[in-house]
Ligand binder design. Structure first.
Ligand code: R5P
Length: 300
């Protein structure tokens, strides 16, 4: 029965307390709708503004990558230490328990392999399937300067338009062809184009010189890929430099799952990203956690 008396007296309207109109914590994201912001706030930690995404989508063009031969065995134990999981729908449905609570950044382009021209991709997931999978974002590769540059920008546009209908943000991933140089000029060009085409966040590579310029010229959050496996201290130094120059996090794969002690490494990376720990200290953390964790031989 409705509480008719409730409409009378005794309420507290907090007269004199203005409604909060706080700016959203992520760069360039203030004008987004609530659902988009909420999904982004699952990927990026609102307390630090940063994220440690775990990238395990490599199989979509290079098959059973070292460390990803059995995602159910080697990646599931890492998931609790990540802020988000970047993965294909095939790997998600087959190998990740649906009980996991981390946001999914769904690999949404593909259509080629390492045996062919990598930039020849298409949108490989319907947005409705992304909704079914409860994706928090879709990830689309963009090959600026690549043979199929135009097509890959078209894929980004399609994903952004589809995602905008459902409140699902799009991550643009800058794929760099072998013939191109990953310097700040190229990375600024690529990341800025992605943001201008509507990407809600962008994944790119770190560059030694002037990475801060790449960040400054990109009006949405930038996260860095780890790239090929490096010695752990070097990977931590790279993450530190990127964060120090304004990156909003990492989307790291091989430098975590190809480590001898992946659970130790992801925690060391977290300390750099979320706590601005110095790389040397984070490396000590890695070594001490490694002592207590299962070491996978013949790695690194
Ligand atoms: C690249 O095409 C994929 O998106 C990978 O997930 C990503 O770049 C790999 O991360 P990492 O370079 O750290 O292994």
């Amino acid at each position: 029965m409705p509480d008719v008396d409730d409409v009378q007296d005794g309420k507290n309207y907090h007269f004199g307390v203005p409604m909060q109109a706080n700016a959203f914590f992520l760069r360039g994201s203030n004008s987004l709708d609530w659902g988009m912001k909420n999904r982004l706030a699952r990927i990026f930690n609102p307390a630090t503004g940063k994220t440690v995404m775990l990238a395990v989508d490599h199989g979509y063009f290079q098959g059973p990558t070292t460390g990803l031969e059995r995602i159910d065995v080697s990646i599931v134990p890492l998931v609790p230490y990540s802020d988000a999981l970047m993965i294909t729908r095939g790997a998600l449905r087959t190998s990740i328990p649906a009980e996991m609570s981390k946001p999914v950044v769904l690999r949404s382009t593909g259509g080629q392999s390492i045996l062919k021209e990598l930039s020849n991709e298409l949108v490989a997931v319907d947005v409705q399937d992304a909704v079914r999978l409860n994706a928090s974002a879709m990830a689309v590769q963009v090959y600026i300067g690549g043979e199929h540059e135009h097509q890959s920008i078209g894929n980004l546009v399609k994903a952004v338009d589809a995602g905008n209908q459902y409140g699902i943000p799009t991550l643009a991933v800058t794929g760099v062809g072998k013939e191109l140089v990953r310097d700040w000029k190229y990375l600024s060009l690529a990341t800025r184009i992605c943001a201008e085409m509507g990407a809600h966040f962008v994944k790119t590579y770190f560059c030694e010189k002037s990475f801060a310029r790449v960040v400054a010229a990109c009006p949405v959050p930038l996260v860095i890929a780890g790239g090929k496996k490096l010695p752990e201290l070097d990977a931590l130094k790279m993450a530190f430099e990127a964060i120090d120059q304004g990156a909003a996090g990492v989307d790291m794969g091989r430098n975590i799952f190809q480590c001898e002690a992946p659970i130790a490494m992801i925690q060391a990376v977290r300390s750099v990203v979320h706590d601005q720990e110095k790389p040397e200290k984070a490396y000590q953390l890695y070594l001490s956690l490694k002592k207590d964790s299962q070491v996978i031989p013949n790695r690194s």
